[in-house]
Design a protein. Structure first.
Lengths: 392, 1000
């Protein structure tokens, strides 16, 4: 059966959501970045700011030099996640196969075989876009193609606004005149190798034999040939699949080397992850910590958690040990990412020996009490001295 | 109470302050003496003695000796007399140079006449048993049962109140932590506690000690008692001459006399002119009187290692040196003043400096060190934190990433430390025009303020490029010797310290131009041209003089800088005598005198400032040009003795002269007044003397260099391709390779891209063609280059695959060669894309054949056919060539901007003079620049730009500089607008505005 994949893309998603919340931002350049520190990285920017030279992850001070008239908004990931969930819910009305990106305004919707129910995919896509606009105030680009790859390229082509339909069988012809850098999956090294052979358009690459392409790009030939011809059999992965991991992240407003700040952030992440583990009646069998530095270098270290635990105190002790291993460079830390893995059902068994048992019980009760207070009075109602209370 | 274990910043990366600062503080606190105890070092000895002299403190000389095997063992060793000092030097030398150094054993064996202080009871007992003078050291009163106190009592040795101090004041602990963070490559906010001194390690006041030791006053008294027992106040070696041994037991003087006369006969013929004989006699007499003969002979032997040398410095004024072949300019012919080099009143050792071709120097030094064994060592050079390094390292300790630091330090102006002596760094930087950009924020303000305090702190000892000391006994009897990174022995003193100590230093320096001349001559000979060097008189060649007189001297030794070329144009003279004067007068603070000299050179009538100076300065139109003029004028006008005049000359030449000058000024004025010289004349002469502010050359030095300049200019005029090839190959000139390539094109030479079939590693010239060398390709390893040349010697490469098979380059190397155009001749008529295709195919084949055998059959596969590839884009080819070579072979990169420039109607650089007085637009590629200050202290800049037709000079006056300096960045094109000015035939653009061309 002929596939029909719709790619929905809200350009500059964070800015688009901010504009829904604050209509005064419409038509003005907007930069989303933590305002506390001049060296904070840009989280997202509007098309007007992009045209002024602002890019993602650029230091805010530089971004504001390039676009001094920009309106600055602090990033609100929860808000963007909510907007993303709303968009996802509307898409799920059209198909059970919807693959969302990580709160970035991207959605793939597989409309294959829905014609009898919803009408032609083009109409369904049109309706979906209209609902997003009318009900959410977001105006996504939508493209329709027979696979995810071509749909995505079409989105990149029409960005920041518009729609595009690539008819079945037209994929190769559609891609042929396009520059290679629009194809997803091609790395900078591939592009450079091909450019030395004066191959800069998808059609030129598609015209090579498999052997020839292997000479040019080695083992990546098959992948690149498929991309250049618009072939992609990747399925649309449905949303809401059971997660195997629980994770939490923290981006510092200004990069830091202060052990106090870093430990405080780690504790907050541990509490967040611990809370989610306990809500899911799960315990973590290990922790992975990703320490990302100002210069882009990431150090990743992991450690087993024996026995599995969902207790904040146990997890924080372990997280501190992992931090010691991962935080060895002198360059400031930009963000932390904590992943709890090897999730097991939470065990209620207590240790055999009395002293140990007492400690475990004390910790367990304390965390249970904290959870109760938080569920009743809010997550900030009680917190550790190490973590400064945030303004709500 | 006397502090017995004080560390200065010569305890590298631990101590924070200089001896001057520490002694000032100690005096302020009321101390009467001080003991230096830098860790494993006597590097700061002479600064310590000077600081103690200045602040009237009693110096005690010592060092803290550490054990490399156990971090805890530290012993403060104080020299009690000369023997103790020698023992300390030997111990420190062994500490640095002997593998398996064991502190207790070494001290037991060689610690005589040293007072040893330790905090370790076991070590105390061990050293006491060895019969050494020891004391137990404690920073706090110990309880009666403490092991150290009990041990001291048992051994009946004093328990002394003393602590190792690393910073003069308590608040300097932050600076100390910063130094430790930099040294350990750590972070200021996460210090490694074991690597940082306690926050109490500051120089406490005597009252603090008394309070601290109220219960143990005998420990305080012990420090005075120990100080009393130490009589040594610093070494006094006198002049330490190099060793002299003669197989026939002749005296050095006798041998020197014979050698000098033999040399004179070689230079002047068998019938020596009376003037030569008379001068030789005079010089030999003084040399003998000063016992300096051995030094001449040693240098003569060293010079014999290389056929092409250039004696530099004042030694070139010596006829003896000329006759021995140490120098190459006749002092009689050029009227060079011997008294500047040696005079009977001179107390300090004069330097004899010799230049060798830069790539021969290490070999010569190795030979000297090999010949003299432990009686020879190199002089060290103290690497101190410069503003840029201090800022970079501080920022790293704050955890900033290199990219961000690079962005800030990249915007730093080329400042000198003296600019910032009085102000805080952020403010000083804000004064600079280049910092008118965005604010840097609080973190950077903190970084800059801390970095400013770091400036001038020694970071490590490096080996001086060419300074060698030779001593009659082992060098380690005079000064601790350590091993430099490159493996040579190196004393812990820098050149000034060595001079202070009386060690004679011989500078064996590297000179790129000698290599340029050597390579040019070799290239000429390889091209089959005859070149007789022994009859070569470049000074007499008219064409060469013409080129010098018009400033066409880019690439020529010493006279290629923009300022020098402008000066040559203004002077319009190209003869040897004038070149000597011009290359000496050009110095920053002498602008007014340069103009006066030039006006008088062009015929302006002049009167000497005073009749007494008429003869002294007649040769230079009454203007003081040479360094020795200071001494001569002081003698003539103020009645200074030779020694006094020479001392004044030395002070004038020093950068930190202010401190010493007041006394000389008083004496000069008094002497001149006594000679009935009018006040205003004295004032004018003194002002002229002051223009020698740290930059001046003696005539002998200038003459010696002028000869090399003439040789270079001659080769440039008559053998341009060979000369420019040698200039680019040897590198290190005033300009970039790209600028020299542009110059070559302007000289009418064709520049050929490197070619694997015809280039060697170096650049070569033949006829009017300059062939780029393979070594110029960025990313091509020297080994691969060697393989290419070796394979080609067997037979030339017939095609691309043949080249690849026989040289086996890495992928990136092959790509770089292709980008440079070096593979074009192996695929004639083919596009670069096809060359890359064939390269990729070969790489694939190499990859497949290097691994395992094929599973199915071994039949050779058909090579993959070359597909039809789109044609090359010439712009892309140029872009890639520029990326790997740094220049374009057949055109100037600015030519790509011509279309965009059309609407501004820029004029060509070669026609600048035609527009004198008019406002013009010019396109220019920034080549080089120099930042200077106006009299009012405002920064301004002289910049050299070039376009396809010529090089032109510009000036950015303070207002323009302040406005545009942040946009200036080397090696990129600009559109310049300004007014053309002409001054004595030198044309310059007074820039009013600039705009960048191309991508930002």
């Amino acid at each position: 059966m002929e596939r029909a994949i719709v790619h929905l893309n809200v350009a500059d998603f964070a800015v688009a959501v901010e504009r829904v919340v604050d209509r005064r931002l419409a038509g003005r350049p907007v930069i989303v970045a933590p305002p506390a520190a001049a060296r904070a990285p840009v989280y997202d920017m509007s098309d007007e700011a992009y045209r002024a030279g602002v890019r993602k992850r650029m230091p805010l001070a530089r971004a504001l030099r390039l676009c001094p008239e920009a309106c600055l908004r602090p990033p609100r990931p929860e808000l963007y996640q909510r907007a993303m969930d709303d968009l996802l819910r509307r898409a799920l009305d059209f198909s059970p196969l919807v693959e969302p990106g990580p709160a970035d305004g991207h959605l793939f919707v597989d409309l294959t075989g829905t014609s009898r129910l919803l009408g032609p995919p083009v109409d369904a896509a049109w309706k979906l876009r209209r609902r997003a606009r009318n009900e959410l105030g977001l105006d996504p680009i939508w493209t329709l193609a027979t696979n995810k790859l071509v749909a995505k390229v079409a989105s990149r082509l029409v960005k920041p606004a518009g729609e595009y339909i690539v008819a079945a069988g037209d994929e190769e012809a559609f891609l042929a005149p396009l520059p290679l850098h629009l194809l997803p999956g091609l790395k900078a090294g591939d592009l450079e190798r091909l450019a030395r052979l004066n191959l800069t358009r998808a059609g030129q690459v598609a015209g090579l034999t498999a052997d020839q392409l292997r000479v040019a790009v080695g083992s990546r030939a098959d992948l690149i040939a498929a991309a250049a011809k618009g072939l992609d059999a990747e399925p649309v992965l449905p949303a809401g699949r059971h997660t195997e991991k629980v994770s939490a992240g923290h981006v510092f407003a200004g990069d830091t080397n202060c052990p106090g700040k870093i430990k405080a952030a780690l504790l907050e992440m541990v509490q967040e992850a611990g809370h989610r583990l306990r809500s899911g009646k799960l315990a973590a069998g290990g922790l992975t910590l990703v320490v990302a530095h100002s210069d882009g270098v990431r150090c990743i270290r992991r450690k087993r958690c024996r026995p599995e635990s969902a207790n904040d105190f146990d997890l924080f002790e372990l997280a501190c040990q992992v931090l010691e291993l991962a935080w060895t460079r002198r360059v400031r830390v930009r963000s932390l990412h904590l992943v709890c893995w090897k999730l097991r059902p939470l065990s209620v068994t207590l240790p055999l020996f009395a002293a140990e048992r007492r400690q475990v019980l004390r910790r367990r009760n304390l965390v249970a009490a904290l959870d109760r207070i938080r569920s009743r009075f809010g997550s900030r109602a009680v917190c550790f001295g190490r973590t400064p209370a945030k303004a709500s | 109470m006397i502090p017995l274990a004080v560390h200065s910043h010569h305890s590298l990366m631990w101590g924070t302050a200089s001896w001057m600062k520490i002694c000032r503080r100690a005096r302020h606190l009321g101390y009467t003496g001080l003991a230096m105890a830098d860790t494993d070092s006597l590097s700061g000895l002479w600064q310590f003695l000077e600081a103690c002299r200045c602040h009237d403190l009693r110096p005690i000389i010592g060092a803290t000796l550490t054990d490399p095997r156990t971090a805890g063992h530290r012993v403060v060793c104080l020299a009690m007399d000369e023997n103790g000092y020698t023992n300390l030097c030997r111990l420190l030398t062994r500490r640095h140079r002997q593998a398996g150094f064991c502190l207790p054993d070494e001290l037991a064996a060689g610690g005589k006449r040293l007072y040893l202080l330790t905090t370790d009871p076991d070590l105390l007992a061990r050293l006491h048993t060895a019969g050494l003078k020891v004391a137990a050291m404690t920073e706090r009163p110990l309880t009666a049962g403490h092991s150290l106190r009990r041990m001291a009592a048992a051994l009946e040795v004093p328990l002394v109140a003393a602590a190792e101090t690393f910073f003069p004041e308590a608040e300097d602990h932050l600076l100390h932590r910063l130094l430790r963070a930099i040294d350990c490559r750590g972070c200021l906010q996460r210090p490694e506690t074991r690597q940082v001194a306690s926050s109490r390690a500051w120089l406490a006041a005597p009252d603090d000690w008394e309070r601290r030791f109220a219960g143990l006053p005998q420990a305080l008294a012990a420090s005075d008692m120990i100080a009393e027992q130490i009589s040594f106040r610093g070494p006094d070696f006198g002049l330490v001459m190099p060793p002299w041994n003669d197989r026939d037991s002749r005296t050095a003087h006798r041998v020197l006399r014979q050698a000098a006369f033999a040399g004179a006969r070689r230079r002047y013929g068998n019938r020596l002119p009376p003037a030569v004989v008379q001068r030789l006699q005079h010089e030999l007499e003084i040399i003998a009187g000063m016992k300096f003969s051995s030094c001449f002979l040693v240098v003569r032997d060293i010079v014999a290692h290389s056929p092409r040398t250039c004696g530099r410095g004042s030694a070139a004024a010596s006829l003896v040196a000329y006759c021995l072949g140490i120098t190459n300019v006749c002092p009689l012919r050029h009227n060079l003043y011997f008294g500047r080099f040696l005079n009977p009143g001179r107390k300090d050792p004069p330097d004899i400096d010799v230049d060798f071709a830069w790539d021969e120097r290490d070999r010569v030094i190795a030979a000297v060190l090999g010949q003299y064994g432990n009686r020879a060592a190199m002089v060290s050079s103290r690497i101190v934190f410069q503003p840029r390094m201090a800022i970079r390292e501080t920022a790293r300790a704050f955890g900033l990433p290199d990219a961000e630091i690079g962005k800030v330090t990249g915007r730093l102006p080329r400042f000198r430390r003296s600019y910032f002596a009085e102000s805080r760094l952020p403010e000083a930087l804000r004064e600079e025009g280049q910092w008118r950009g965005p604010a840097l924020g609080r973190t950077w303000d903190r970084i800059l303020n801390l970095a400013w305090r770091l400036i001038g702190t020694p970071r490590h000892l490096a080996v001086h490029p060419g300074g060698v000391v030779l001593t009659p006994r082992a060098v380690s009897d005079y000064v601790p010797v350590q091993t430099a990174a490159k493996g040579v022995p190196m004393i812990q003193w820098d050149k000034d310290d060595a001079e202070e100590a009386g060690l004679v230093k011989i500078d064996l320096l590297g000179n790129r131009s000698l290599a340029v001349i050597r390579d040019t001559v070799a290239n000429l000979k390889a091209n089959g041209k005859k070149f007789a060097e022994n009859r070569w008189r470049p000074e007499e060649d008219q064409a060469t003089a013409g080129a010098i007189a018009t400033g066409r001297t880019m690439g020529c030794f010493y006279i290629e800088s923009p300022a020098m070329r402008l000066l040559l144009q203004k002077a319009g003279r190209g003869d040897f005598e004038h070149l000597v004067a011009l290359s000496s007068i050009i110095r920053p603070a002498a602008n007014e005198f340069v103009r006066r000299y030039l006006r008088r050179l062009h015929g302006e009538p002049w009167q000497p400032v005073h009749p007494l100076l008429e003869k002294v300065l007649a040769e230079t139109f009454g203007v003081m040009v040479y360094q020795e003029d200071v001494a001569r004028v002081a003698r003539a006008l103020a009645g200074f003795t030779d020694a006094e005049a020479d001392a004044l000359r030395k002070i004038m030449a020093r950068k930190d002269r202010r401190r010493h000058l007041a006394d000389f000024r008083q004496r000069f004025w008094a002497g001149a007044r006594a000679g009935q010289v009018a006040e205003d004349v004295i004032g004018r002469v003194w002002e002229m003397m002051l223009s020698f502010s740290g930059y001046s050359f003696c005539k002998a030095h200038s003459a010696s260099y002028a000869r090399v300049s003439f040789q270079a200019a001659f080769l440039k005029v008559h053998h341009p391709a060979e000369f420019m090839a040698a200039v680019i190959t040897n590198g290190g000139g005033f300009y970039t390779t790209a600028a020299y390539v542009s110059e070559a094109r302007r000289m009418g030479l064709a520049v050929a891209a490197p070619d694997v079939n015809s280039s060697v590693a170096a650049w070569t010239g033949r006829g009017m063609t300059l062939q780029a060398g393979l070594a110029t390709v960025r990313g091509l390893a020297a080994e691969t280059c060697g393989r290419i040349l070796a394979a080609r010697q067997e037979r030339p490469f017939s095609h691309l695959e043949d080249f690849l098979e026989r040289t086996n380059p890495s992928e990136s190397e092959a790509r770089a060669l292709a980008d440079a155009g070096a593979l074009d001749s192996l695929a004639p008529g083919q596009d670069r894309a096809v060359i890359f295709w064939r390269l990729a195919r070969w790489l694939q084949k190499r990859k497949n054949s290097s691994g395992q055998l094929r599973l199915f059959g071994t039949a050779a596969r058909q090579p993959v056919r070359v597909p039809r590839l789109p044609p090359d884009d010439p712009l892309n080819l140029y872009r890639r060539q520029f990326a790997v070579l740094g220049f374009l072979c057949d055109r100037h990169p600015i030519s790509f901007f011509r279309k965009r420039l059309e609407r501004f109607r820029p004029i060509a650089a070669c026609r600048l003079a035609d527009y004198t007085g008019r406002r013009v637009n010019l396109a220019g590629w920034l080549v080089t620049g120099k930042l200077v200050r106006t009299k009012g202290g405002d920064p301004m800049q002289f910049l050299s730009f070039e376009d396809e037709t010529g090089l032109f000079e510009t000036v950015f006056f303070p207002k323009t500089y302040a406005r545009f300096s942040h946009m200036l960045d080397c090696a990129r094109p600009y559109l310049l607008t300004g007014r053309v000015r002409q001054d004595m035939k030198a044309v310059c653009l007074e820039v009013e505005r600039i705009a960048r061309l191309g991508r930002q």
